[in-house]
Design a binder for this molecule. Structure first.
Ligand code: SAM
Length: 272
């Protein structure tokens, strides 16, 4: 991360970065796990960055959060319980509440992310006050090892595969996840930018495929993530059967997006 005059830049490669002109830097802290920065940007409102990478912005968070929750929602038996690993901003929990999940456990390793979100993104972090949401501050890898609960959906809403999040892309972790999914449960992970982070996508797909029979990658347009082109990968033990429910429209998600998001460009197919 580089702050030149009133710009925050995220570096994508040695030769390219995306810069946001900012009104102000509202916060910068170094926690036991990572560095957290908060900027007030002109085009995207408040922007949360962790270790120099954009996690969410006020203006476009809805795309990521709709896509990580709503796409896996519409397959298999209607889900009621979910585990979110990461997601300390509360955005994923918020969308699951909207989808009527009854039992949501959110395990976030860094309580500072939750505190920052409570202060700067109250419309997302209000989900932690909901009676159906249980927020646990801890390592998702340890939690999944120790719990005896099973979930209809497990969402890995994590930072990129470095530091505390590296293990969240490993086959061992996916094996533990499998043991904590209900019979037709689905796990979904954010799997990076196919263009700038093909290794993250490969890690997710290869790791999940070593454990699950059914693995599917899907894509979304997220303007503030590297290249604006993002991937998610979901996996299940017994396959994916689309339900005939009426689709709830999001601000990004709709029934056609649900069908089309699995159509991958050739260069992405070559990675997965
Ligand atoms: N939407 C985001 C993205 O793709 O950029 C992810 C947002 S969310 C803020 C990511 C969270 O994962 C961070 O708050 C980080 O602290 C958390 N995290 C990283 N490693 C973790 C672990 N092992 N267990 C639980 N949470 C973890």
């Amino acid at each position: 991360m580089k702050l030149i005059e009133n710009w925050f830049s995220e570096r994508y490669s040695d030769n390219l970065q995306l810069s946001f002109r900012i009104r102000d830097q509202l916060l910068s802290i170094k926690t036991d796990y990572q560095r957290i920065d908060l900027f007030d940007t002109y085009d995207f409102g408040k922007l949360l960055s962790i270790d120099g990478t954009v996690q969410l912005t006020e203006k476009d968070e809805y795309i990521y959060h709709e896509m990580i929750t709503m796409v896996p929602y519409y397959f298999n038996k209607k889900p009621e319980s979910a585990l979110i690993i990461g997601g300390g901003d509360g955005g994923a929990a918020k969308r699951l509440i909207d989808l009527n999940f009854r039992n949501i456990i959110n395990v976030e390793i860094d309580e500072n992310v939750v505190e920052v979100s409570k202060k700067y993104f109250p419309e997302l972090s209000e989900s932690f006050k909901n009676k159906n949401v249980n927020l646990i501050i801890g390592d998702g890898i340890k939690y999944i090892n120790q719990t005896d609960k099973k979930f209809d959906r497990i969402l890995i809403d994590s930072t990129d595969p470095v530091g505390s999040a590296e293990g969240l892309f490993s086959p061992d972790f996916y094996r533990d996840i499998k043991n904590h999914l209900t019979d037709d449960g689905i796990v979904v992970t954010q799997s990076g930018s196919p263009y700038y982070q093909p290794e993250a996508l490969k890690m997710a797909v290869e790791g999940l495929s070593s454990v699950f029979k059914y693995v599917k990658t899907y894509i979304a347009f997220i303007p503030t993530y590297p290249s604006g082109f993002w991937s998610f990968t979901m996996a299940s033990i017994n396959g994916f059967n689309a339900r005939e429910d009426e689709y709830i429209k999001g601000r990004y998600f709709n029934g056609n997006i649900l069908k089309g998001c699995f159509d991958l460009p050739e260069f992405v197919k070559n990675v997965v």
